[in-house]
Design a binder for this molecule. Structure first.
Ligand SMILES: [Zn+2]
Length: 257
């Protein structure tokens, strides 16, 4: 692997929005070695805490030294809400710390970077340019089954008054339909989601599932962007738990400025 520079990937629609910054950091350009090579931000990955902290600092520097909110992600349904009127980022956010256990976060605060860490799971980013609200959600297969992406849209609507038809969404690099084999799907995945299984084998299309969950909540198909990059097929650039087992987590970040 070429030694490295930090590399990011971006969604076209989100890049075009003024006052918004986002990035999917590849695994390149960090300090970790071995299976964690190299920009690993996942505290529970098995990598050394000191090195993970140094990688998080590289990302924080890349994003202009703003406060970053990393979540203690647990494949649950909790979505943390941070409202500008209740919070001062300097007081509520410990840069690089994980003060909330949740798998999603929504805020109307500027200059606060929301981070989701993944290795096969989807990071789903949201932006409502009308109400100026952002969200970032961690949706693995358990999140897909629990429809955490749809729950995020509901909360953006009910808590912040967002109109779903105005919301832009991006689905980051994650396990694609080429590799999402679920041999125990009969016990793991509820029957109403079996239409997302391939006809001839036990592979599921979680990308389409998420897109449909967002559309069901009123997000326009044209406002949903999927990088359609399978992590298991692209371990040079991204971490894949399925492919590598012992591996890191890459960072997907979004912030209003
Ligand atoms: Zn694949």
């Amino acid at each position: 692997m070429e030694a490295g520079k930090i590399q990011i990937r971006q969604f076209d629609r989100l890049t075009a929005e003024p006052g918004l910054e986002h990035a999917v950091f590849t695994r390149q350009g960090g300090n970790s070695t071995g299976p964690f090579d190299s920009l690993n931000v996942g505290m529970n990955s098995g990598d050394r805490a000191k090195i993970i902290a140094s990688n998080r600092k590289l990302i924080i520097r890349q994003m202009g030294m703003k406060p970053h909110l990393f979540l203690n992600q647990v494949h649950g349904k909790e979505i943390q809400i941070l409202k500008k009127e209740d919070n001062d980022p300097a007081e509520t956010v410990e840069p690089g710390g994980e003060i909330y256990t949740a798998d999603g976060i929504i805020t109307d605060m500027e200059d606060l970077v929301l981070v989701i860490q993944v290795a096969d799971c989807q990071a789903v980013m949201f932006y409502d340019p009308e109400k100026r609200v952002i969200a970032n959600v961690h949706s693995g297969w358990r999140g897909s089954v629990g429809n955490i992406a749809g729950a995020c849209v509901d909360k953006m609507r009910t808590v912040f008054g967002c109109r779903p038809e105005r919301i832009l969404a991006g689905i980051g690099p994650s396990l694609g339909p080429c590799c999402a084999e679920f041999i125990h799907y009969r016990t793991e995945i509820p029957k109403h989601l079996w239409p997302y299984k391939a006809a001839d084998r036990d592979y599921f299309d979680f990308w389409q599932m998420t897109a449909d969950q967002l559309k069901d909540k009123g997000i326009k198909a044209g406002n949903i962007e999927n990088m359609k990059t399978c992590t298991k097929c692209n371990t040079r650039l991204f971490y894949s738990y399925r492919e590598e087992k012992t591996t890191g987590r890459f960072a997907c970040v979004i912030a209003m400025v």
